[in-house]
Design a protein. Structure first.
Lengths: 309, 281, 376
């Protein structure tokens, strides 16, 4: 390093370092705040909190299980619906379409991510829920009604509609990551497969095989997004903490519980239980996102130097 | 033998045809869904939209009213959040790109990615505990801080990516000429990456304009035009949420009109950025 | 093509300055101490209120009309739920709270200062149902309502329902009871009525804003409109909502049996009658649930709704504005309430409210000097 400007360098580094440290402070602050406020609930209910099935704020009885169940099941619905679609789109964009078609389409799909959550919620209340009640749900009950998940009363408000709208919301991020992952697969592999006489789809399968862990990462990332989704879900899930086999029944998720009840909680132990729910949500999204990152990094590192233009 | 080969080949071709059609159909389906949402918003939104609606404050049910104060509130909180979030986010991004190869940089990068994944409702609760409780009331400032917290990690990561795209040769050339590192960063690297950083910043601004969950407990809402940061402040998103979940049909209409404004603005920003940069993100 | 207008030259020093400034402001120090001032530079007094969603239409109307008389006072009411209203008062994040059910003794003790309950209007909880074939109003008693929500009456043609409705041909269909899933003053009034009259309800569910519903019976919906919408969309369902919302949606409302044994149609008149009949029993602190009153023409599922304020106001200017607003709302404001399907306070109760408003203090002095008296 040159001697001149050493002082400037020091100040410059200090500014950058403190800015970076703010990020660390934020996350430590969030963790500290949540653990501190959740402590009364943790001490009082212990592990039973996570396995309890009854949430009765009036009797100070707090069981998180229906919310955990609702969060997991609605997110799985979202992932199951979004992933095949995302894979198809990403394959189409990277492997099939010419850049002239791929660019506008991938831009339009990114626009889906730009639409705010509350807008999806509004749309889901007035368009998607009636559609599920009058058409999609009726269809599923007619043809797949023997499955317990499609039985029960069809109101349009419930787990299924929430999963459906979340699927739409995670579609862009899953598509974008799968697309990036596919693009890191060396072009030479495609050329080799094609040279061996493989069809385009067979070539794609080779590419998919090579990108498998990255695609898994994209799926997990989508799961992470779905788990934390709040506004759209709280508007259509029905806010009823129950564990029911039917997907058409109302349910509730952790994030939706927090949005609806955090402002209402007067009791200290109630507030503490809610913040413990927040802590659970935080830890779950943390683990899921870390897992996604590990999976994606594996692929992109391997092919870092062979990135397509 | 030859016959068998032929059928296998035929099957391969058919599979190929089906699968390529299916993938294309996926893309077409997604685009149709997007367009149908946008057109639905446009159709429902324009019905209740007029100039008075854009400047009025909310009124008792049945007396009209508008979203003027909500537009102002969203603008104030977004600008303030950007004023807090952009410098910190960009500086943190520069740190990650220029000095972030050690263990500390790895931690910060990991923290930034984690923060991006934290549900925004949790950010709202955090700011409620650290800002609203000590201040004694919900306020526009608390809302802006919550939005800034959402913005910082996003801006940091896009900034880092953009700076890393700047060719190493540029940096080395300047350093070889004896320039101090901060001069190199400030005068060479940042300007070279500035278009990318600005694009990332604008997209982050568009993103926080659409946030609702972090504002519910922090900025609350207000029925009035409010220029004071220590008072509860209206926002378009919270107003849409209240109107959408209200019991009256007139309120639902206003929710659609407000949505048209919000979505129109956000999509416009995205499209503008796209055309101005002609870059993919 | 780089975007030209975005590449503004900023000197490093300016950037550094901005950064330091922000860093300082982010620590919260300049804002933390500075409690919201009573008035801003334009001399406007902001009164922040939050709480119950049931009186939202009338409070917004009052805020708007009061603003026309007193343009310097801005009353900003946010409907965030009765529980949130009580919390806002306890945490002092609002200048006044609003709640459909009175605060508990425990919460009042934890406040550390005296909180006044100011009743403002009366409303009613009505049972609405979706039975397209049935044209005449359904008749229900506390017992039959409780048994429906406890799951012991499961069919519409149950003989216990038939006994009260001999003239109706009730269908052989499953009843779907719909309840409020969120914390709600409406639920508090509804469960209070049932707990007062049906012992088994008191044991199994009790009285609460967020009652412990019997698992597997019925389904939850969010908000008055959520219940309303669910009932409208689901044949053979029944739900409870505020009178205002039922009137606005033009749905059938059950007649409910009161203490005197009469089936009473919910309306402004019958709610007013319930209030008049019970006004004499109003306790000193005005915390009063009037569910299950008797008397001719008295609807049993009626309730007061309250504004909650600290007796000793921390700020003289705000305290005066708040007292003025409360006085105006319970006097001149009365003429706006009938259009919105609320019932006015009985005269006797208005007298008691006057005494409460007059008793508000700030820094050991009365807020209202001279004390107000009724002009009429």
């Amino acid at each position: 390093m040159p001697q001149t400007g050493a002082a400037g360098d020091k100040i410059f580094r200090l500014i950058l370092l403190s800015a970076a440290t703010i990020l660390l402070l934020i996350i430590v602050g969030i963790l500290l705040m949540m653990v501190q406020n959740a402590l009364p609930s943790i001490e009082r209910f212990g592990l039973g909190f996570l396995t309890g099935r009854e949430w009765k704020a009036a009797q100070n009885e707090f069981g998180a299980l229906p919310f955990i169940y609702g969060t997991i099941v609605s997110s799985i619905i979202a992932v199951v619906l979004a992933v095949p679609l995302s894979l198809g789109i990403a394959i189409f964009l990277v492997e099939q379409a010419s850049p002239k078609i791929a660019r506008p389409i991938s831009f339009l799909i990114e626009l889906l991510a730009a639409i705010p959550s509350v807008v999806y919620g509004l749309w889901a209340i007035f368009v998607l829920a009636p559609f599920v009640r009058n058409h999609l749900g009726v269809f599923l009950q007619n043809y797949f009604g023997w499955l317990p998940i499609f039985q029960g009363r069809l109101t349009g408000i419930g787990m299924f509609t929430a999963g459906l709208v979340m699927a739409l919301m995670i579609l862009p991020i899953v598509t974008a990551v799968v697309r990036d992952v596919l693009e890191t697969v060396p072009q030479a592999q495609r050329e080799a497969a094609l040279a061996l006489g493989a069809t385009q789809w067979e070539t794609t399968r080779v590419v998919l095989g090579n990108a498998a862990s990255g695609i898994a990462g994209a799926i997990v990332l989508g799961l992470g997004r779905a788990i934390g989704e709040t506004m759209a879900v709280t508007m259509v899930i029905g806010n009823s903490p129950r564990i029911s086999a039917s997907l058409f029944e109302p349910a509730n998720t952790i994030a939706s519980l927090l949005a609806a009840n955090f402002a209402e909680a007067t009791d200290e132990i109630y507030l503490s239980a809610l913040i413990e729910m927040g802590l659970v949500l935080f830890l779950v999204t943390f683990i899921v996102n870390a897992l996604a990152k590990l999976l994606i990094i594996g692929v992109t590192n391997r092919a870092n130097n062979t990135r397509r233009a | 033998m030859a016959n068998l080969n032929l059928t296998v080949n035929r099957r391969r071709k058919i599979t190929n045809g089906i699968m390529t059609t299916l993938t294309a159909a996926c893309a077409v389906f997604a685009v149709i869904v997007l367009l149908s949402i946008i057109f639905y918003i446009a159709a429902r939104g324009t019905a209740a939209l007029n100039f008075q609606f854009l400047v009025d404050t909310p009124k008792p049910v049945g007396e009209g009213g508008g979203i003027g104060n909500a537009i102002l509130g969203s603008a104030i909180m977004t600008i303030l959040a950007s004023a807090i979030g952009l410098p910190i986010g960009i500086a943190a991004g520069v740190y990650l790109a220029e000095l972030g190869n050690g263990w500390y940089g790895k931690i910060i990068r990991f923290v930034a990615d984690t923060l991006i994944g934290v549900p925004s409702i949790i950010i709202g609760i955090f700011v409620y505990a650290t800002f609203v409780m000590p201040m004694g009331r919900q306020s526009g400032l608390a809302g802006a801080v919550a939005l800034a917290l959402i913005m910082i990690p996003i801006v940091a990561r896009t900034t880092e990516e953009m700076i890393r795209l700047v060719p190493v040769s540029m940096r080395e050339a300047a350093l070889a000429l004896g320039a101090p590192q901060w001069r190199v960063s400030w005068d060479i690297v940042l300007p070279a990456a500035s278009a990318g950083i600005a694009t990332g910043a604008i997209l982050a601004i568009a993103r926080i304009t659409g946030e609702t969950a972090p504002l519910l407990f922090t900025a609350l809402n207000s029925r009035f035009y409010n220029f004071y940061l220590d008072q509860p402040m209206a926002s378009l998103t919270v107003q849409i949420f209240n109107y959408a979940t209200g019991p009256f049909e007139v309120e639902h209409q206003m929710a659609w009109a407000a949505t048209l404004i919000l979505v129109g603005l956000i999509l416009l920003i995205n499209i503008l950025v796209r055309f101005l940069t002609k870059k993919r993100f | 093509m780089p975007i030209k207008f975005l590449t503004i030259k900023v000197s490093p020093a300016a950037f550094f300055f901005c950064f330091v400034l922000l860093f300082a402001s982010c620590s919260g120090e300049p804002f933390g101490r500075n409690r919201a001032a009573a008035t801003d530079s334009a001399g406007t007094i902001n009164l922040q209120g939050s709480g119950a969603s049931f009186p939202k239409p009338i409070y917004e109307k009052w805020a708007s009309e009061f603003g026309k008389i007193e343009p310097k006072i801005r009353v900003d009411y946010q409907a965030s739920g009765s529980g949130a209203g009580q919390k806002a008062v306890l945490a002092k994040t609002s200048d006044f709270g609003a709640s459909d059910d009175p605060m508990s003794d425990e919460d009042l003790r934890s406040a550390g200062a005296e909180i006044l309950h100011i009743p403002t209007v009366l409303g009613a909880v009505v049972l609405t149902y979706n039975l397209p074939e049935i044209k005449k109003p359904l008749k229900l008693s506390a017992e039959t309502i409780a048994e429906i929500y406890l799951g012991s009456i499961r069919k519409w043609n149950d003989e216990r329902l038939a006994r009260d409705n001999p003239e109706l041909n009730l269908p052989n269909a499953d009843i779907l009871p719909i309840y409020r899933a969120d914390s709600s003053g409406t639920s508090a009034v509804f469960t209070d009525f049932l707990a007062k009259t049906v012992p088994v309800w008191r044991e199994k569910v009790g009285t609460n804003k967020q009652p412990s519903w019997i698992t597997g019976i019925g389904m939850g919906a969010r908000g008055n409109d959520g219940v309303m919408g669910q009932v409208k969309q689901t044949p053979n369902s029944i739900g409870y909502v505020e009178l205002t919302y039922a009137e606005a949606n033009n749905v059938p409302m059950a007649h409910i049996k009161n203490k005197s044994g009469d089936f009473i149609e919910p309306s402004l008149e019958t709610v007013t009658a319930a209030a008049e009949n019970s006004a004499a029993q109003m306790p000193e602190d005005l915390r009063f649930q009037i569910a299950d009153t008797g008397g001719a023409n008295a609807y049993p599922l009626a309730s007061y709704t309250y504004i909650l304020v600290y007796k000793n106001q921390p700020d003289a200017v705000k305290g005066k504005a708040l007292a003025d607003f409360l006085w105006w709302a319970t006097h001149d404001g009365e003429r706006f309430i009938r259009n919105l399907h609320y019932a006015p306070l009985p005269r006797d109760v208005v007298r008691k409210v006057e005494a409460k408003i007059n008793s508000m203090t700030t820094a050991d002095r009365l807020v209202l000097r001279p004390q107000k008296t009724e002009e009429k």
